[in-house]
Design a binder for this molecule. Sequence first.
Ligand code: IPE
Length: 266
Amino acid sequence: MSETKPIVLKIGGSVITDKDGELAARTAVINRLSEEIQKARVENLIIVHGGGSFGHPTAKKYGIKEGLREESQKLGFAETHHVMTVLNGLVMDSLVWHNIPAISVAPSCCVVTENGRIKCFNDAILKSYLRMGFAPVLYGDAVLDEKLGFTVLSGDQLVAHLAMKLAASRIVIGVDTDGLYDADPKLSKNAQLYTNLTLAELKKIQDKLDKSTASDVTGGMLGKVSELIPAVEQGIPVTIVNAAKANRVYKALMREAVEGTIIEKE
Ligand code: IPE
């Protein structure tokens, strides 16, 4: 049984899916990331992946995040969860065939939120898997909510929650840009990459971040960063890297120098 503190790795939906397509998985990217994860041999790893062109369009179509208002949305809730399990299946397929003892843990079956915030996380089984050396894999999902009936839980909220609850040593966030910029690098040529940020600096720039990137149902880059603040406050450093580029996730997992943004308490 392992005593090392876990690392929580999030792989964004825009990395493993084509957000312009419909249910469009990037299987070559998923396989490359599995290779990197396998090569890094992290002893205590929790993986969380996003929804991309699987979860987001379906959740949006049925207004799942806003909660239960009419019966017809129930099918939408089921469909949102289902498409996430389809994407998760592709990720699991790749991880397991790369010899990673990965176990899928569905948030819809162990998390309840209240107004969109995690209220209860039944993590006993997840912890047992982790202690035995398995790599639990979770994902952004449609979940039950005590006030709203149901809602969408982002992978980022899950990452911060898990990292804090399990006293993780680090969080690695794999996105489709080189890290955190002062503007959207896809829209602005002069966008500057932040390489190292303290919590105080992060809070200052938070307002400046381009809200136009926050179009997803769960909040884009702005939502991502806000979700991570409580974990950083607890002393858990966050490394944001470009998971669409080879070896960035591997280097981040190995604590090697890597292009990206490191956020630390101070
Ligand atoms: C979204 O999860 C899950 C659903 C919409 C059901 P995330 O918010 O973590 O996904 P990405 O990384 O932004 O695609």
